[in-house]
Write a protein that binds this ligand. Structure first.
Ligand SMILES: [Mn+2]
Length: 357
């Protein structure tokens, strides 16, 4: 297991590479070209420059999160092949720079959805939260504006203002894309990119839908074990894999995270490990990573990853905002650093226990 840390680039992130360099055990960065538009080719020079910046800081790029898939591919538009070619060119350019893990998602219109970006907890920390009641109350055209007010001036990943300005049009685009069609479009995309993934040994790691159910009537297809197994089987290549995001996949309390880890072992290329606190099954908030702060057994999750032979990259995920930090919601330095160290502590204990048994 390699512990890593997500970084959005010096233009967008409040956290610096120098700070990340001081988190014990973290050598790898998960990053992206944050100002590219989904569908456009990532230029080789830009990838090289990003890589140099990270390496000059004494770190390395361990994976990309995300190379976003554009709407034409998701809806299966007549020009999708052109965008798939662009995606293949981006993967080629990443592969040439020795980058072997790419996270992406296949959610229509909205990326991850939260209804509050700064819910205040008892201890004064703030966290992102979700209630189905709030989603049902907010018109989908307004959800971006309501989130944008709380985002401290940062661009939220997957919630690019230019794209969100066209939410109505986006809904129109997806109106005939039911779950079966969305799934077929995903399979079409994956089959087309597998040859370049084979060539450069690039592990594609799909991120589960968040929350793991349909919002605003939009189809969601990476929501449970059956769906994930169906996806893995449809393109049965080790390079077609999964990002096991406990905080997204675990939003649905019917999902058994430990059982799923065992069921898809060998195909988890990237792990986002974080905890959630449920007030009700449809009202949850993002807690500290520690088991006792939320509802997940983080030891059991880490042990399942260990026992299933997971040897990919891992990162802490959304953290609380603590100690007065001002940062992109979920992506401050302090609480994620605590998470990175806690998860490594669990791993060390599991590893030593297994070796001494
Ligand atoms: Mn995640």
């Amino acid at each position: 297991m390699e512990m890593t840390f997500r970084w959005f680039g010096s233009k967008f992130d409040s956290v610096t590479l120098q700070q990340i360099r001081q988190i014990p055990g973290v050598k790898g960065i998960i990053t992206t070209l944050y100002d590219t538009t989904p569908g456009e080719v990532w230029k080789a020079e830009e990838i090289k420059a990003l890589k140099k910046e990270v390496e000059d800081a004494g770190l390395k790029i361990s994976g990309i999160e995300s190379v976003n898939v554009c709407d034409a591919i998701k809806i299966g538009a007549s020009d999708r092949d052109q965008y798939i070619d662009n995606y293949i060119q981006t993967l080629t350019n990443l592969g040439e720079e020795g980058i072997h893990t790419v996270c992406y998602n296949f959610m229509p219109v909205f990326d991850w959805t939260r209804t509050e970006l700064a819910r205040v907890r008892e201890d004064g920390s703030t966290v992102m939260a979700y209630t189905q009641e709030a989603v049902d109350r907010i018109n989908p055209n307004d959800i971006f504006n309501s989130l944008n007010k709380e985002c401290n001036g940062y661009v939220l990943p997957g919630w690019e203002p230019d794209r969100m300005a066209q939410v109505k049009e986006l809904f129109e685009l997806y109106k005939d894309v039911d779950a079966d069609r969305l799934f077929d479009n995903l399979v079409y995309f994956l089959k087309a990119i597998m040859p370049v993934c084979d060539k450069y040994d690039i592990n594609m790691a799909i991120h589960p839908d968040d929350p793991a159910w349909s919002v605003y009537g939009l189809s969601r297809i990476i929501t449970n074990k059956e769906q994930i197994l169906k996806m893995l089987k449809a393109v049965d290549n080790v390079h077609n894999g999964v990002t096991l995001c406990t905080g997204s996949y675990g939003t649905n309390l019917d999902n058994d995270i430990v059982d799923t880890i065992h069921a898809i072992k060998g195909r988890i290329h990237f792990a986002h490990v974080r905890n959630l606190k449920f007030i009700s099954p449809t009202n949850f908030e993002e807690s500290a990573h520690l088991s006792s702060d939320g509802d997940f057994d983080m030891y059991a999750i880490m042990k399942a990853l260990y026992d299933s032979g997971f040897d990919g990259i891992m990162r802490p995920d959304h953290g609380r905002m603590i100690w007065g930090e001002k940062a992109m919601p979920g992506y401050g330095l302090y609480d994620r650093a605590l998470g990175a160290v806690y998860l490594q502590g669990l791993w060390e204990a599991i590893d030593k226990n297994a070796k001494n048994a």
